[in-house]
Design a protein around this ligand. Structure first.
Ligand code: FPP
Length: 271
């Protein structure tokens, strides 16, 4: 019984409705090293289903709770002045789930986007959808296009939502595009380099990923941002996504600040 009450309290805290963008001097940010923040954070929002099961509700209730978590994490990212936040909402492999769950998720994306559109815009967010979007329901595609259009001149955090996204699928699409350019005589094979590939990625214009966060205990990338995360730090937590609070996110920032990033080179003091 006690566990249940604690569980509920934590849930309310993580997904609280009244959470505003925290100011620089917010107690939430106490102890942050502002010079050592990641610029681009990618998040694998895992554990919605498990959370639902633990609460004795349906898996889909976990996805709904996960939207509130996402909203608060985005607001925290804005408060931290991060350059980009990329989240994994639906993978190319997630179609294997029961049709009812897939439909629920598609409706959830549509409804959430519709509901949050104005607030995202007011928060100066630049939204972008990444993945093989043409396979999504037409109504969702239209909603995504409207959202991108509305926010195209915004200058705040780049908020990339990966839907029907797979890192391998993205690289296949890049290769097909470049191969076509080679075939058309527009590109010489030896001219293909990292920069050319980056120009064709769904995330073009974003900085490389500095930090990948995965909730809910599993320690793998699951086909997320394979190219972009080549030198990313990885952060895993047992907390399920619906309970991943702004405080948990700040904890990940502090952990990142303690990492020794060498990018294949040596530390200054070891040279
Ligand atoms: C993984 O948890 C989560 C998903 C497949 C869906 C994530 C989607 C959201 C959090 C909603 C985002 C909303 C918008 C508008 C972008 P899981 O179901 O695999 O959990 P499990 O591993 O416990 O089964």
């Amino acid at each position: 019984m006690i566990k249940k009450i604690i569980g509920k309290a934590v849930t309310t805290f993580a997904g609280r409705e009244d959470f505003e963008i925290p100011q620089h001097d917010s107690p939430l940010f106490a102890g942050i090293d502002w010079e050592r923040l990641p610029r681009h954070v990618a998040v694998i929002m895992d554990g919605n289903g498990r959370w639902g099961k633990e609460q004795g509700v349906m898996r889909t209730a976990g996805h709904s709770a996960g939207v509130k978590t996402l909203k608060n994490i985005l607001k925290t990212a804005i408060g931290l002045n991060l350059d980009a936040l990329t989240v994994y909402a639906f993978s190319t492999e997630n179609w294997k789930r029961p049709e009812t769950e897939v439909n629920f998720l598609m409706n959830l994306f549509y409804d959430s986007l519709k509901r949050e559109l104005q607030e995202l815009h007011e928060d100066n967010v630049q939204i972008r959808f990444v993945g093989r979007l043409d396979k999504l329901p037409a109504s969702l595609q239209a909603q995504m296009r409207d959202a991108e259009e509305l926010m195209k001149n915004n200058t705040g955090v780049k908020f990339n939502v990966a839907i029907n996204y797979g890192g391998q699928d993205e690289l296949v699409r890049v290769m097909q595009k470049i191969a076509a350019d080679v075939q058309a005589g527009k590109v010489a094979p030896e001219a293909i380099d990292e920069a050319m590939i980056e120009q064709q990625l769904d995330t073009v214009g974003n900085l490389p990923v500095d930090l990948v966060i995965r909730t809910s205990g599993d320690m793998r990338l699951s086909n997320f941002l394979l190219w972009q995360s080549a030198y990313a730090e990885l952060y895993f937590t047992d907390v399920n996504w619906p309970e991943f609070s702004p405080e948990c996110f700040v904890e990940a920032m502090k952990d990142f600040a303690s990492r020794d990033r060498r990018f294949g080179g040596l530390n200054d003091n070891k040279k």
